[in-house]
Design a protein around this ligand. Sequence first.
Ligand code: ASP
Length: 318
Amino acid sequence: MTRPPLPFALVIHGGAGVIERDQLSESEEKSIHADLDAALEAGRRVLADGGSALDAVQAAVVALEELPRFNAGKGSVYNADGRHELDASLMEGHTRRAGAVAGVETIRNPVKLARTVMENSPHVMMISTGAELFADTQPQIERVPNDWFDTGTRRAQLELEQARESAAAHSDAVGLRGKYFGTVGAVALDVHGNLAAATSTGGMTNKRYGRVGDSPLIGAGTWADERCAVSGTGWGEFFIRNVVAHDIAARMAYRGDSLAVAADAVIMERVPGLGGDGGAIAVDRDGNIAMPFSTTGMYRGWIRPDGSRGTAIFAESD
Ligand code: ASP
């Protein structure tokens, strides 16, 4: 007699931000759903084969990094100097192993380098030139020239943002609200009961050279332990100051909150309470999932332990 497959869960995001329904054509909306579903499928295959949550979140994030629509890998936003500086991290819950890179400029799939830092170095996080030098010693890591990440859409966003900034009477941080589409992330529960999370981003358009957001910071943009796995997206400075991903886990651990209550409190109250916004995806060890966001939309996709599956952009659709 064959035993039924053990349940797993997977959630992905392609970023939160001001996503206006009337600015999306029907065909564009369709193609976003198709892209999200393809990334979901990359992770699902790993989990359905009995693979680890860590391999699944990596596979899903690599798929998203490869899609130029999203602000990670190909299609990353530009910094103020017209270059791309990429950040990524991942974490495995039951071992608490983690890897991260920040400010890398020639790594096609930053999440793979984060995994390599975790497995092939004694460190958790490497940045900029040091991370590039480390990558030189890892021939399996694919390198590309910085302009390989270029896309016309992101170039137009940079020009718009620079024009807005120079027209502003003073440096108004408020103008940044909601302008961070496309960071990607994944969280998973595997059939062995283990959890993992991964996040990858080009950061925020027009960021200054060397600016690092929450995505590569373990605890801020990414967290996994034996209770839950979390990946965030939004205005990174506020996610750092609220240690968002770890705060969700800590509320479950110390207060006994459910995943939904913990994620809602942090994303819908704490972050907006300081003036920021964004969203997060999370899964707990029972396969419950949460996908709160305080922006108008968040690209997301999910597979629940009962096998139900979906993708969504706006609030009402899951
Ligand atoms: N959180 C990312 C950052 O601040 C941006 C995003 O989520 O889109 O770098």
